[in-house]
Every structure is written in structure tokens, then in C-alpha cells.
Design a protein around this ligand. Structure first.
Ligand code: NAD
Ligand code: UDX
Length: 530
């Protein structure tokens, strides 16, 4: 096969943008184009205010995009069709959200964007092309693609399909792409399939050690991505299930996770008990796996994975119930300060954030909810609550947004910590870690932000449109790099109602220190030790 000259990434989102940028940086002789149908998103990728915030991403983009230190080889464009024609390899990185209507609604992935991209490639490609599934897709998606390509592709044009799932996590995307645990490439086990896998492996080989590039059959690769996310989510649901036992017995889930994690067969990562996992991937991918099992007539397997999501839902509502019962059974008219709305720190992404469920429950109790998040805007919070079933009149009536933690907590009965932003923690800082553990005080730069948007040429039903908006909020986000000062909890205590409560859904609070100030502290996974 002739050397790769041109590569295209379809979908300039959290995956396509950073993946394209790193590939371009590491392969200066290859032209890398990242395409999207959204003008605003592409315009942002061509500016210094990138549409997503990832620590360390802007310098990577600028080096390959701006031709200041070396010839430009990274391009962001809306010319999807023209770019496909030139490409030797096309990576599909479009969104695959959970379906909101029709068969499999609430479980199956919505493959409309993925199929649309496949059809576009089939219609436009004029030479032999390798197509790479980078989006997370159900197992055997490549078989469907093959049929479409065969039916629509131009005569004489050959396609080879590879599966190359992405394992990056938001907030650490650049580090994850620069030093991946592994690169997984699945291909058909035919001579042309294996040759295509080798071509892709060579692109990665310019910065990833050969032993970290794993080649498998294509179905294993597709399934491995869902399996990895399901196993990670399952660990969190497992530790969260244990957190409930801890609260009832006086054990401390942090000590449990530490003790268990020292067993090298278990390991310490992804065992941080919390108010529940969020983000655009875990829930969607576990449901995807569960639905796949259902369609394969494996109801026990489907139920097993479904329980991972069920525990997560339960954990969120369990936390709110604890708030209500601790506050004497009523929240009516009480001001509750919510610290954090994003699904984890170092991202402004709010997709599936646990804060959405908790705030919804607090509204239902007629609490006066005041939210402070260092990166998420009011418009985004409003949109998130709206698309998750809150009536906007209720949101207007019961929810307000504060610009700082002090206005937020002033005259409140309780502070509820829902995102582990460094500024909320009063724990002693420990060195940075790549992923959450029991002491996850990561010292990464403060995040800036994201504006997700997507347009799609396919006809969409209202439900699909709402799904698209759900997964691609169009709201601009705060753009500040500043590292905010730590919350002064003594000051917070002074301005709160009495008794002053803190509910820690992220285990970032040293309860002893706050108790000495006079707070009543309730923490996920910790009950009364006496
Ligand atoms: P995203 O919503 O941020 O971005 C997807 C982009 O694709 C949008 O900008 C949209 O406009 C564009 N798009 C949709 N259809 C298109 C088309 N036909 N032509 C051109 N552009 C089109 O999504 P994401 O978070 O980057 O996720 C993409 C895929 O990667 C999903 O399958 C997801 O599960 C998977 N994934 C995501 C992450 C993550 O951390 N976000 C990590 C690993 C894997
Ligand atoms: C996840 C996977 O980690 C990544 O490999 C995949 O490619 C995409 O999905 P992401 O959702 O960005 O990445 O973040 P992650 O750090 O995994 O956290 C997901 C959620 O789980 C967050 O809400 C986080 O707060 C929560 N979490 C994580 C816990 O509650 N406890 C933990 O120990 C770790």
C-alpha cells in the first residue's frame, strides 16, 4: 500500500478534535483534516478559544495548525465531502448517543450520525480508503457498514474497515492520547484487512511503543470498548454499593477502597465512591451493552449490566434522601447551596452529571437551590434541567446561580458538594494522579470549557433533535484559565444558617476540620463510627 498522505476525522468533538490534533503533531508529513457540519464548532477550532477545554490541548493544536514553528498539517474545515475525497484514511468520530424514541429507546445507541457519515464516505470516496470506527459502536457495526459501502460505493473503489476505539477520558485527553495505555486495532483477518491494520499501526507507531499497539479481530475490538467502559462503570457502582453499607455500619469506604485496592489483583483506580458517575460515555455504553445482550436473547447478562446503571441511579437518589432526612424531613423554603454542576472536575461538560438528578430532586422538595460551578454557565444549567424534564417555571422559581461560593452559601441551611473541583476541597493536597483514586487531589490546570454543537444532514425526528441537543448543548461556556482560590470554610460557616450542614458527594472534604468549625458533615460512604 502506498504511504498515507491524507487523513480525515469526521466529527470535531471531544474525540475527533484532540485525536486529530495529536495524530497531526506526531505525523508532520501527513495532512490531517478534522471536519464537522457545525460552522461554529469548526470556527472555534480555528481560533484560540477552542470549543472544548482540555489541559494542554491548545499548544498541540497551534503547533500543527498555525504554521509558526513548522509547516501546517492540521486543518479544521466544514468541507466534509472534499476532504473525504482526498483521504487515504477516514476516522469516524461522530456522536452515538442513547436513542430517545422508537425501538430500544433509553438503551440502544442512536446510530443515525454514524450511518450518515458512512453513507457520505461511500458516496464521495474516489480511491481505495480505510475507514476507521473511532466512535463507540455496537459489536458487528462493521458488518452493517460493509453492506452500505458495497451498495453505494463507486465501482472500483475498495474499502477496508477497521475498529480503533478511543479510550481517552475528558480532562486528561492530551495525556491519554500522548501516552495511551494501549492502541487497539481490530480488522478482518484477511490479507487486505491485516494490511490495513498495519498501515494504521504505523501511523500510531510514530509515538506509541509497538508493544502497546494491540491488533485483534474486528468484533473483539468493537466489543472491547464497550467492555472497558462497562467494567470501569461497574467498579464505581460496586464501590458505591459498598458506600451504602459503610454508611449503615460505621465503616469508611475510603479505607475500604484503599485496603482492597492494595491487592494488586484489584488495584486502586476507579474506586472513588461518589454521588454517582456521569459523563457522556458510561451510562450510554453500559446501556448499549445491556441492550445488545437483550437482542442476543441473553436476559440474565442484560440484567447484570443494567444493574450497574440501576445502582448509579439509586446512589444519586439515596444521596438526596439523606439530605432530606438529615434536614429534619423538609427542605421547603430552605436555601441549599450546590457546589459544582459538571460531571467531574477539569471539564465544563455536564452531560449525565449527577448534579442534574440531585438538583431535580431538591426542586421537587421545594428547596431554594443556589448553584455555583467555576466553569458551567447558567444557560447550560437551565438547558440541562430543561431537557431532563424540569419545568422551566419551576427552575425559574426555585433555582438561582451564584458567581462565587460565598454568595452561593450565604443564608443557606446546607452546602452540597457535587463536583470535586479543587477549590471546594479542604483536604491537604497530594501529588497529581491521572485518574481518580481515594486521594484524587489532582493538580491539573483549571478547565476552561466547551461548546458542543452538531448539525447533521440526515432528517431528524423531534426526539432525535432533542437527543442531539442533549448530547451537544449549544451553550457557550465560561472561558477563564484562572485557578480559583480555595473556599474559606470558616467564612462559609459564618454566613450560613444554623445548624450549618455540609453534604459531601465527592469525598473532598476533611470532615474533622469542618466539624471543629461547627459544621454538621455528612459524607458519601461514611457513617457514624461510634
Ligand atoms: P461530540 O458530540 O463531542 O462530537 C461529535 C461531533 O460529530 C459533533 O461536533 C457533531 O456535529 C459531529 N457530527 C455528527 N454527525 C456528523 C456528520 N455526519 N458529519 C460531520 N460531523 C458530524 O461527541 P464525542 O464526545 O467526541 O464522542 C464521539 C464518539 O466517541 C462517541 O461514540 C463517543 O461514545 C465516543 N467516545 C467519547 C469519549 C469522550 O470522552 N467524549 C471518549 C471515548 C469515546
Ligand atoms: C470515561 C472512560 O474513563 C474513558 O476511558 C472513556 O474513553 C470515556 O469514558 P470520562 O467519562 O471522560 O471517561 O471520565 P472518567 O474519569 O472515567 O469519569 C466518569 C465518571 O465517573 C465521572 O462522573 C467521575 O466523577 C466518576 N468517577 C470516576 C467516580 O465516581 N469514581 C471514580 O473512581 C472514577
Amino acid at each position: 500500500m502506498s504511504p498515507v498522505k491524507s487523513v480525515c476525522f469526521i466529527g470535531a468533538g471531544f474525540v475527533g478534535g484532540p485525536s486529530g490534533a495529536v495524530l497531526a503533531l506526531k505525523n508532520p508529513d501527513v495532512e490531517v483534516s478534522v471536519v464537522d457540519l457545525s460552522d461554529t464548532r469548526i470556527a472555534a477550532w480555528n481560533s484560540d478559544a477552542l470549543p472544548i477545554y482540555e489541559p494542554g490541548l491548545l499548544p498541540v493544536v497551534k503547533e500543527a495548525r498555525d504554521a509558526e514553528v513548522r509547516p501546517q498539517n492540521l486543518f479544521f474545515t466544514t468541507d466534509v465531502r472534499g476532504t473525504i475525497k482526498r483521504a487515504d484514511i477516514v476516522f469516524i468520530c461522530v456522536n452515538t448517543p442513547t436513542k430517545t424514541a422508537g425501538i430500544g429507546a433509553g438503551k440502544a445507541p442512536n446510530m443515525a450520525y454514524f450511518e450518515s457519515a458512512t453513507r457520505m464516505i461511500a458516496a464521495e470516496a474516489e480511491k481505495d480508503t480505510i475507514i476507521v470506527e473511532k466512535s463507540t459502536v455496537p459489536c458487528r457495526t462493521a458488518a452493517n457498514m460493509r453492506e452500505i459501502l458495497k451498495a453505494i460505493g463507486k465501482p472500483g473503489v475498495n474499502f477496508e474497515i477497521l475498529s480503533n476505539p478511543e479510550f481517552l477520558a475528558e480532562g486528561t485527553a492530551v495525556a491519554d492520547l500522548m501516552r495511551p495505555d494501549r492502541i487497539l486495532i481490530g480488522s478482518m483477518q484477511t490479507p487486505s484487512g491485516l494490511e490495513a491494520a498495519e498501515v494504521l499501526a504505523n501511523l500510531y507507531g510514530s509515538w506509541v511503543p509497538k508493544e502497546n499497539i494491540l491488533k485483534t479481530n474486528i468484533w473483539s475490538s468493537e466489543l472491547a470498548k464497550l467492555a472497558a467502559n462497562a467494567l470501569l462503570a461497574q467498579r464505581i457502582s460496586s464501590i458505591n454499593a459498598l458506600s451504602a453499607i459503610c454508611e449503615a455500619t460505621g465503616a469508611d469506604v475510603g479505607e475500604i477502597a484503599y485496603a482492597a485496592g492494595l491487592d494488586s489483583r484489584i488495584g486502586s483506580r476507579m474506586l472513588q465512591a461518589s454521588v454517582g458517575f456521569g459523563g457522556s460515555c458510561f451510562r450510554k455504553d453500559v446501556l448499549n451493552l445491556s441492550y445488545m445482550a437483550e437482542t442476543l436473547h441473553l436476559p440474565e447478562v442484560a440484567a447484570y449490566w443494567q444493574s450497574v446503571v440501576a445502582i448509579n441511579e439509586w446512589q444519586k437518589s439515596r444521596f438526596t434522601k439523606r439530605i432530606i432526612s438529615t434536614l429534619y424531613g423538609t427542605l421547603t423554603g430552605k436555601k441549599i447551596a450546590v457546589y459544582g454542576f459538571s460531571y467531574k472536575k477539569n471539564t465544563a461538560d455536564t452531560r449525565e452529571s449527577a448534579a442534574i438528578s440531585v438538583v431535580k430532586d431538591l426542586i421537587a422538595e421545594q428547596a431554594k437551590v443556589c448553584i455555583y460551578d467555576p466553569q458551567v454557565t447558567k444557560a447550560q444549567i437551565w438547558e440541562e434541567l430543561d431537557i431532563n424534564g424540569c419545568h422551566l417555571e419551576d427552575v425559574e422559581k426555585y433555582v438561582s446561580i451564584a458567581q462565587n461560593p460565598y454568595d452561593c452559601a450565604s443564608e443557606s441551611h446546607a452546602v452540597v458538594v457535587l463536583t470535586e473541583w479543587d477549590e471546594f476541597s479542604n483536604k491537604d493536597v497530594v501529588p497529581a494522579k491521572k485518574t481518580a483514586g481515594e486521594n484524587p487531589q489532582q493538580l491539573l490546570p483549571s478547565p476552561v470549557a466547551s461548546e458542543h454543537s452538531s448539525d447533521n444532514e440526515m432528517e431528524m425526528t423531534p426526539a432525535d433533535k432533542s437527543a442531539r441537543e442533549r448530547y451537544n448543548p449549544r451553550i457557550a461556556i465560561k472561558h477563564t484559565e484562572a485557578q480559583n482560590a480555595k473556599v474559606d470554610w470558616e467564612q462559609i460557616f459564618d454566613i450560613m444558617e444554623r445548624p450549618a450542614f455540609v453534604f459531601d458527594g465527592r469525598r473532598v472534604i476533611d470532615a474533622g476540620k469542618l466539624q471543629r468549625l461547627g459544621f454538621h458533615v455528612e459524607c458519601i460512604g461514611r457513617g457514624n463510627p461510634f
